[in-house]
Design a protein around this ligand. Structure first.
Ligand SMILES: Cc1cc2nc3c(=O)[nH]c(=O)nc-3n(C[C@H](O)[C@H](O)[C@H](O)COP(=O)(O)OP(=O)(O)OC[C@H]3O[C@@H](n4cnc5c(N)ncnc54)[C@H](O)[C@@H]3O)c2cc1C
Length: 454
């Protein structure tokens, strides 16, 4: 089956994405951003090999916080670190600190199921996620750090005629945006993933929608790569430093933060704390339209290569891929109640495994090795915020729902622009806090104002 181009949904014409992409990519390609004492290169790898690998310097420094910075970013997850990196590399703002209450990678950036894609439907989101995918494609080279981005494709399964119609519409939108989508027949899906049970009574397989350039990345390498690259541009990465208050002047503008390692003054304060966004924003008197929920992920024992794509089972809300170590990595829906605990309960384990077995009964022979949870920042419409706030000097990056890992590069790129220029980036112009008041929600899944449904 071939997708036909739909006239009704002219995203590319409406957005200024093509202009942005070309100029930015050109610059990114020409620039040697990361220069350092010791690059990760074949030459250095061999020469260190002869010395027993004892001469490698630390990946990033461990500085004491300075009393003042031009900008502090709260949260050393993927988004905070990417923001600091692009502030330094794209905007020349290097007197920057990233303040992380635990260690780098201890939040959702190191807990997700690593799926990266840009196959979104709405024109408010497609150009943003496609720019992210383009940044992913050059990220290992840009950061001089192998983030193991593997473009193995993401295949969304379709289970009814209605599903197929919907996929055609989504595929058309994706192609109109200049990205890739391919509609698969049922036979083609089964050739690609032979272990699927195609005829199960409830969700028979009708076909699939594949985005070939999508895939997976090693999640904690993304945090380490951005941390190392930002550090080499002069950014201070300060771990074990919890922000406990936001300092404001008599006009109410943010002028710094209180932390467990003392007060730090800053001209600009950016929040990138994912599941803790409401807590941090409330320190500046803001009530966010965000709820915190838990989401679990799972990995089985390692096995020989079985699945060479990332598979999404939309109706059962289950997604699965195979890690380079051989474990099957999968996840499903939220635990279903508000919580800040980074651990989930057994009911969600049962639901998730049930969805997986429904899809591929042979998985029952595998043993579950580990499962863990992260705290998700769920919004009313399933879309994020990358914007200034009503509090002067305070900027917000939040509301990533299930999907913030894939957004990491573009999110950092756009948030750095917002902080540097005091205005939303054109690609993220729909992701403002006032969109609900304006009646312009970006309802990604059409689930309505229910954070636990997106
Ligand atoms: C189980 C699971 C599966 C997922 N699967 C996918 C997927 O397949 N694809 C996808 O695109 N997305 C996925 N996501 C979502 C994605 O991981 C998140 O949306 C994204 O990582 C959030 O941004 P972040 O990396 O900056 O967050 P985090 O890594 O959580 O960073 C926020 C940081 O802020 C710190 N912090 C909090 N409070 C304070 C404070 N007071 N002071 C200082 N620091 C503070 C935290 O310690 C944390 O390190 C998944 C998430 C989970 C939990």
């Amino acid at each position: 089956m071939q997708l036909s181009l739909s006239q009704e949904f002219s995203i590319a014409a409406e957005s200024n994405f093509a202009y942005q992409t070309d100029s930015s990519l050109e610059r990114a390609g020409q620039r040697q951003v990361v220069r350092a004492a010791m690059d990760y290169s074949v030459f250095n790898l061999i020469s260190q090999g002869f010395r027993g690998h004892r001469g490698w310097p630390r990946a990033w420094r461990d500085p004491e916080p300075k009393p003042r910075y031009d900008a502090v970013i709260v949260g050393g997850g993927g988004h905070g670190l990417a923001t600091a990196y692009y502030l330094a590399s794209e905007h020349g703002i290097r007197n920057v600190a990233v303040l992380e209450r635990g260690h780098i990678g201890s939040g959702n950036v190191g807990r997700n199921t690593t799926i990266v894609r840009s196959d979104y439907l709405l024109r408010e989101e497609l150009p943003f996620y496609e720019w992210s995918l383009k940044l992913w494609e050059g990220l290992s080279r840009e950061l001089n750090f192998n983030v193991m981005f593997s473009q193995r494709g993401v295949l969304s399964l379709l289970h009814s005629d209605g599903d197929v119609d919907d996929a055609v519409r989504r595929g058309n939108a994706i192609q109109l945006n200049g990205s890739d989508a391919e509609l698969f027949s049922r036979d083609k899906v089964l050739r690609m993933v032979p272990l699927l049970d195609p005829d199960n009574g409830r969700f028979p397989i009708y076909g699939g929608l594949l985005q070939k350039r999508a895939g997976t990345a090693r999640h904690d390498a993304v945090a380490w790569g951005y941390a190392r690259a930002a550090d080499r541009l002069g950014v201070d990465i300060i771990q074990n430093c919890e922000v406990t208050a936001i300092r404001r002047n008599e006009r109410g503008a943010a002028i710094g933060v209180e932390t467990t390692r003392g007060a730090i003054a800053a001209d600009k304060v950016g929040l990138a704390v994912a599941g803790h966004s409401s807590r941090l924003a409330s320190m500046a008197g803001l009530k966010l339209p965000v709820e915190s929920h838990k989401l679990q992920a799972f990995v089985t024992e390692g096995i020989k290569p079985l699945l060479d794509t990332a598979l999404v089972f939309g109706v059962g809300h289950f997604y699965i891929s195979q890690s380079d170590k051989g474990g099957l990595v999968f996840g499903a829906s939220l635990d279903g109640y508000n919580s800040y605990a980074q651990r989930g309960n057994l009911a969600a384990v049962e639901d998730t495994v049930e969805a997986g077995l429904h899809l591929m009964p042979a998985l029952k022979r595998l043993r579950l090795l580990r499962h863990w949870a992260g705290v998700m920042d769920m919004t009313m419409d399933g879309s994020p915020f990358i914007c200034p706030t009503p509090v002067g000097g305070l900027y917000l990056n939040a509301g990533w729902n299930y999907g913030g890992f894939k957004a990491t590069p573009a999110s950092g790129w756009c948030f750095a622009h917002t902080i540097a220029r005091d205005e939303p980036h054109p690609l993220a112009r729909h992701y403002t806090l006032d969109r609900f008041a304006r009646g312009y929600a970006v309802d990604s899944t059409g689930a309505g104002p229910q954070p636990n449904m997106h």
